[in-house]
Design a protein around this ligand. Structure first.
Ligand SMILES: Nc1ncnc2c1ncn2[C@@H]1O[C@H](COP(=O)(O)OP(=O)(O)OP(=O)(O)O)[C@@H](O)[C@H]1O
Length: 269
């Protein structure tokens, strides 16, 4: 088997078939189909306005789709809600809402509780561990309005971690975070992968995409390409996704090849 070949389980963590979405009659995504492998990190990449966030929202049922089918481990979302964690863009959260860090992370346990039941000792232990994994335990009693942007992102990741999902969908987890948080998120991804979890992220930084992710889904209103970094991170796919901005693309292509080559060397070492 070639190193880039991917084995798909009979029911991939996520499969999207012929998905189309529109806002007020204006098409935003048309006929998007792809499946992703288990236990990998997958980046959704494309220019501003390409429909990346809309794709995640359509997948999660937060925006309606006009056509298409989305399956989670071969089933509808309502049967796999516990197994699927969604982390929205940080700007979409009301950070002035009066709630402390621990209570936000405990929200990740709500799907595991029976109706009206309070979190158990076990739920609290899981939330504690998630906060410790993200170096946020010391902030557990702090109101979320009193956190930095990077700390807020960590809290949301801790909440997703506490859910103990198998598939994580994250909308730009690296946006606006400091270097330490970026490293913490990468470390978290690697731990999740070791446990066989699958992570899908909208990602903006083409400099890091080859290093941080195993797979890429290129989107620009339609699917451009989806597959392992080694196969799909090509000048042709970049040009198709980003259109005519070629001088920018030339620089990026060079950086991408370097990051791809480094990754292959690191993995082979
Ligand atoms: N709720 C909405 N109502 C109407 N139009 C919307 C809505 N949400 C997004 N759009 C439009 O749909 C298109 C795709 O938006 P989306 O946020 O999915 O793109 P994106 O690829 O995530 O962009 P970015 O990289 O800038 O975050 C854009 O033209 C946007 O203005």
């Amino acid at each position: 088997m070639s190193p880039t070949q991917t084995i798909f389980p009979s029911h991939p963590p996520l499969s999207v078939k012929q998905l189309s979405m529109r806002y007020h009659h204006k098409p935003v995504l048309t006929d998007v189909s792809f499946s992703i492998p288990e236990g990998k990190t997958i980046a959704i990449v494309g220019p501003n306005g390409a429909g990346k966030s809309s794709l995640l929202k359509g997948i999660m049922g937060l925006e309606s789709i006009i056509e298409g089918e989305v399956k989670f481990f071969g089933e509808d979302l309502n049967r796999k809600r516990l197994a699927t964690a969604y982390v929205p863009q940080r700007e979409e959260i009301d950070w002035d809402f009066p709630i402390n860090v621990m209570d936000v992370v405990l929200m990740g346990r709500h799907g595991h509780l029976s109706l009206w039941k309070r979190p158990s000792r076990i739920d609290r232990d899981i939330a504690e561990q998630a906060l410790k994994d993200l170096n946020m335990w010391e902030f557990r009693d702090r109101q979320i309005s009193q956190l930095s942007g990077g700390q807020q992102q960590r809290v949301f990741l801790a909440r997703a971690l506490a859910q103990q999902a198998n598939l994580y969908l994250m909308d730009e987890p690296f946006a606006g975070v400091d270097v330490a948080t970026e490293k913490a998120i990468i470390e978290l991804f690697s731990q999740l992968k070791q446990r066989g979890k699958t992570i899908v992220c909208v990602h903006h930084d083409l400099n890091t995409v080859g290093e941080y992710f195993d797979w890429i889904v290129f989107i620009n209103a339609r699917l451009v390409a989806a597959g392992p970094v080694e196969e799909v991170l090509t000048p042709e796919n970049l040009a198709k996704t980003y259109g005519g901005r070629l001088s920018l693309l030339n620089d990026l292509t060079e950086q991408l090849y370097r990051s791809k080559v480094n990754k292959i060397h690191d993995e082979g070492a």
